[in-house]
Write a protein that binds this ligand. Sequence first.
Ligand code: CS2
Length: 494
Amino acid sequence: MNTYQLNNKNLTLFKDQVAIPQYNRAEVKTGIVHVGIGGFHRAHQALYTDDLLHQEGNNDWGICGVALLKFDQKIYNTLKEQDGLYTLVVKELDGTLSKRIIGSMVETLFAPENPSKVIEKMASDEVKIITLTITEGGYNYNEATSEFDADNPQILQDIANPLNPITIFGYLTQALKLRKERGLDGITIQSCDNIQGNGHMTQKMLLSYVKMAEPTLVGWIENNVSFPNSMVDRITPATTQNDVEELTKTSGIDDAWPVVCEPFKQWVIEDNFVAGRPAWENVGAQFAKDVVPYEKMKLSLLNAGHSVLGILGALIGYNTIDEVVHNKNIATFLKNYMDKEVTSTLGTLEGVDLEVYKQSLIERFGNINIKDQIDRICSESSAKIPIFILPTVNTQLKNKANIKHAAFVLAAWAVYSLGKNEKGTDLNIKDALKTTLHQKAIAAQQNSTLFLEIETVFGDLRKNDVFVQAFANAYDNIVKKGVEKCVIDINQSI
Ligand code: CS2
């Protein structure tokens, strides 16, 4: 089979192999600037938007994809070479692959190369929405103080060099300042990250920054910018070299960075857009008055479930999430965690059958075609755990209810942070707090609860005797008996 590079010029050559955009990309205007063009955005929002562009009358809603960090150079170069085009490969439950080329990213920018271009784009009249996938850690939130981390050196750097920012807060502030000076309409800033109340969080963190950097802008933002909350969902593992090669071999598409994902997708959005919005509801998104309960459900069950499987699985020596959930003992442990510790913290959710939802999660985790990497799941756990697991622990403690499973997983994380699995193989730990985690993990070998001193993660949990006791017991047991034996004991004690 002939192979061609994926770009505008070659696009129609692929039409017999895969689905390609049926709309004229040249006519699509940029109505959305999206920051963070990793796999998740490209499997989710960019796909919904591509679906919408196939319907009449939506040409104002193309996406300008922004790569914010120096680290993002590679994805930027790839998408630039490919005119923003990429292949989305859905790995269906029966193992077949549904492939299509997505065309909704009609522009791409690399912030470190040209910050003012990004600021200008965000400040342009045609742009009505700025969306974000900047990861849980990108919001500069300090768990210990529950406030914006004003001491972060990057934040101080942005305050000193407002025209050459490096953080999202520096960019947004300059862009909003220009919009105000130019007398432009308001704009929506929409987080698509896995954070409880992600819109509220964005608003709170941005306003904290603006109060320091550009205080006279605060009032304008309060009156002209909206921050809808949203719940986003689609499991999107990291693309492997195999995925790239499969695409070239079977479809003749030379795409340097396709995206692979599961069939399931969900997007629940609070309808709070000051400057208009795409009719994403016409392509499967749900608009709701209050999405906070949905976010909570997803973060506490799906994302936390991932962390449970990831941390326990990494220690035992598994590589992918499906392998772990097919271990019956671990699956039972996860089910008990969901049933006995999480469910009662969620309240009632209109129109959602939680039993069905939990069952569907076990099935999604078990999808053998997805092979979601444990390394991906465990990466940046120090930013994920406070959002995915600790709210459940805190609520349960307040209600004097069970925290056994959560304490066990956190103790396992302390052991994991030593850097080796139970077979003695090195773990590939990627975490902004890696050094601190490692130091505390070593200290924990003498006294396990020293691990809980990482305040930016655990807040003041170390002061709760019930939790500390459960954590210390779990830690000792894991060291003595290994994860799986402990899991069996816990399952039997239920
Ligand atoms: C995962 C998420 O990063 C993680 O730990 O739980 O990326 C998860 O796959 C997505 O949120 C699914 O919607």
